[in-house]
Design a protein around this ligand. Structure first.
Ligand code: ATP
Length: 372
């Protein structure tokens, strides 16, 4: 089922009687989620991702704009009539019911033509339980399950009515690191097996990037960029998106363009064809550095951390906006100096940004990518 958001806006009135300042939680969000895809809604706390999800579910009404499921305008429909499955961060299972009863519950409340026979309900409950691999646990109570198992029950309960759209609100944040990894793979597998259009809210960029077909990056209610995770990582539209995606994060330095060359302090570190003379912010991905004894970028070496396959070099530079610069190189490269490290740069891993608007300034071949 295709989900279309048209100019979706949500404004919360001011709670403070003395001030009339309202909160624009979501501002003019237009996007079509293609049928059968998994979309990650991503951004820092307060950026409006949960509000977007609640509007799609029908739990909150938009201030303006419309929501379509396929060709049907569902903007005015109640959550029960939208054909959605919803999974919350805290699972929200009924503690006094067994797993089986929890999963059966939404079916028992079906009305009219949707009503099912007892046998059909049981068959459906076992089908979704096997899909999320909890069919062995049907007689247990939620308190007798691990966090990961409880989350699977919540997903089974959301799937049991065969929803057209599955909505997940931070579904992994109550799980420990290992279980998060495992469960996110599970969600991806279940989504692929069922082919249900799924919208997934998270503040964890790694989580969103690893399982989403497309990510939507939001900031203060406004969509910043939409695209395939790797595309957005490789081609961020502004400094906020560049900083939000990537672990370790992008390094940001002050720079100057003069005569189509990028200067960091007094050193010309890269050719930047097509860019006029100006001040810029320079974003360099950790994998964008090449250790090179003739390299133009000279940094003060602080530490070398070997992490199996890769080596992480921690260094400092007066033009850096962060306390340290972190680069990642292959373990087979070596650093010869003890107090300094010199780098040359990979031009496709270097991004320039306007110092006022923080919007991207494209150079050389990058301009072509932007048009794509
Ligand atoms: P988090 O990751 O912390 O859940 P979020 O990105 O999901 O954040 P929302 O919960 O959508 O953000 O909130 C967006 C903005 O709307 C925030 O500034 C929040 O304070 C505000 N907001 C959310 N719900 C309400 C409400 N019921 N009344 C007033 N303001 C609200």
């Amino acid at each position: 089922m295709k989900v279309e958001l048209r100019n979706l806006t949500k404004i919360f009135p001011s709670r403070n009687k003395k001030s009339s300042e309202e909160v624009v939680a979501v501002n003019d969000f237009t996007f079509t989620v293609p049928d059968g895809k998994l979309i990650g809604l991503l951004g820092p706390s307060g950026c409006g991702k949960s509000t977007t999800l609640y509007m799609i579910s029908g739990l909150q009404k938009p201030t303006s704009g419309q929501i379509f499921f396929g060709d049907d305008d569902v903007t005015e429909l109640s959550p029960e009539n939208r054909g959605i499955g919803l999974v919350f961060q805290n699972y929200a299972l009924y503690p006094h019911m067994t797993v089986k009863q929890n999963i059966l519950f939404p079916l028992q409340n079906l009305k009219g033509a949707d009503r099912m026979s007892k046998e059909a309900m049981i068959e459906r409950a076992y089908y979704v339980a096997s899909l999320v691999q909890i069919d062995e646990l049907m007689e247990r109570k939620p308190s007798e399950l691990s966090g990961g198992q409880q989350q699977r029950v919540a997903i089974a309960r959301a799937l049991v009515k065969m929803p057209k759209v599955l909505l997940l609100d931070e579904p992994l944040s109550n799980l420990d690191a290992r279980l998060r990894l495992q469960t996110r793979e599970e969600i991806r597998r279940i989504q692929k097996e069922t082919g249900i259009t799924t919208i997934f809210v998270t503040h964890d960029q790694e989580e969103a990037m690893s399982i989403s077909d497309m990510i939507v990056v939001m900031k203060l209610g406004v969509v910043q960029q939409i695209g395939h995770p790797q595309e957005v990582y490789n081609n961020p539209t502004n400094l906020f998106v560049a900083k939000f995606l990537g672990t370790p994060p992008i390094n940001v330095l002050s720079g100057e363009v003069r005569g189509e060359k990028l200067y960091i302090s007094d050193d010309a570190v890269l050719d930047v064809p097509g860019v006029d003379d100006r001040s810029v912010f320079v974003g360099i991905r950790p994998e964008g550095f090449i250790v090179d004894e003739n390299g133009a970028l000279k940094c003060e070496l602080s530490n070398i951390e070997v992490m199996g396959r890769d080596v992480s070099i921690v260094s400092k530079h007066p033009a850096s906006l962060n306390p340290i610069i972190r680069s990642i190189i292959n373990a087979d490269q070596s650093v010869s100096g003890t107090s300094t490290v010199r780098y040359s740069l990979k031009s496709n891993k270097v991004f320039l940004f306007d110092t006022d608007t923080e919007e991207r300034i494209y150079f050389g071949d990058q301009a072509k990518n932007e048009e794509n």
